[in-house]
Design a protein around this ligand. Structure first.
Ligand SMILES: [Zn+2]
Length: 342
């Protein structure tokens, strides 16, 4: 099969790899129908050390079940399924409390002999626990929005849930990438009345307005903070969807004492302010990697009936062989989120 493999920063290749086969009885092999490039794929694209072996890429995909292992009971050949961005057994203590990202038996695509999603097929471990059957045909116009439930929309939702967004709230979303825009959708559906989106890429913030943002702040740093305070007087709920220290500082500067910051962006820093100043302000720092599997059933009906349309974050489709172009276009910020069609 063909699949995208990263060999170092800026070096993504599409190459022939062994066709996935059932290895363990709980596995399924899924033929990929749609996949995409994640904002988090851009971090290794900028910084990954050169490797000879390469790393299969992609963790967001949906596709058709081709083969199932002997223990798989809930899926059959021909089912259209969605894969959350990590696999999980859906039975351990962490999964039972909805923290599938920490599954005792879980793991990541592209590691430990598991294929990446940016390829023609994937062996999915713990298929019964991981995959969600989709009640649409493989040519449905809803596929892009359904694909966002693999990661980006469920991640935005995680931000709104962990920030405690509720009816009538004022929420600040820092970042106009696909996760930030999905966080706007999530905050609105949980009842936020005022949603301030901090981002300076106009096409993206316009989409954010369509999704429910009531205000856009394009300025950065102190100027941006002043504008946020002027608009809101400070906010109690902040969703940080970038991952840089600057974005965290914006969140800390904008949040009111006693407020909550939920972090969604994969942090590109190890140290942050956790000292006396933050202690005195009673700020709650929450968020983290989304347990996507826990949220899919909850959001699926609203994608199916068109209440939410997160698939609008995809602004260009690339054939699998053009995956290197998809990475480049996203890294250059010419494309918000690239869909990959094998
Ligand atoms: Zn588990």
């Amino acid at each position: 099969m063909r699949a995208a493999v990263m060999y170092g920063a800026g070096d993504v290749r599409v190459e022939d790899r062994p066709d996935p086969k059932i290895v363990k009885p709980a596995d399924a092999v899924v033929r990929v129908v749609a996949a995409c490039v994640c904002g988090s794929d851009l971090w290794p694209y900028q910084s990954m050390p050169v490797t000879d072996t390469g790393r299969p890429m992609g963790h967001e995909f949906l596709g058709v079940v081709e083969e199932t292992g002997a223990e798989v009971t809930g899926l059959k050949t021909g089912d259209l399924v969605l894969a959350p961005f990590t696999y999980s057994d859906n039975t351990c203590d962490y999964c039972a409390k909805g923290l599938h990202i920490s599954c005792r038996n879980g793991g990541r695509y592209g590691f430990d002999g598991v294929d990446g999603g940016q390829g023609e097929a994937v062996r999915v471990p713990y298929a019964d626990g991981t995959l969600v059957k989709l009640p649409v045909a493989a040519d449905s116009a809803l596929l892009p929005s359904l694909l966002t439930l693999s990661d980006v929309m469920t991640t935005g939702h995680h931000g709104a849930v962990t920030a405690g967004v509720g009816r009538g709230d004022t929420v600040l979303v820092v970042g106009d990438g696909a996760v930030g825009l999905c966080a706007v959708i999530a905050a609105k559906r949980l009842g936020a009345e005022r949603i301030v989106l901090a981002g300076r890429h106009e096409a993206r913030t316009e989409l954010g307005r369509d999704f429910g943002a009531t205000d856009v702040v394009a300025e950065r740093g102190e100027e941006g903070l002043a504008r946020i305070r002027e608009l809101t007087g400070g906010v109690e709920k902040v969703i940080e969807a970038v991952g840089t220290r600057q974005a965290l500082d914006t969140a800390l500067g904008a949040v009111l004492d006693g407020g909550t910051i939920s972090r969604l962006g994969a942090p590109q820093y190890e140290l942050g302010p956790l000292g006396r100043a933050e202690f005195m302000r009673n700020i709650t720092l929450t968020g983290g990697a989304s347990p996507a599997r826990a949220y899919i059933e909850q959001l699926l009906p609203e994608v199916l009936d068109g209440t939410i349309t997160p698939g609008r974050v995809f602004d260009r489709t690339f054939a699998l062989d053009r995956a290197p172009d998809a990475y480049r276009a996203m890294a250059d910020r010419q494309v918000l989120k690239a869909l990959i069609a094998p």
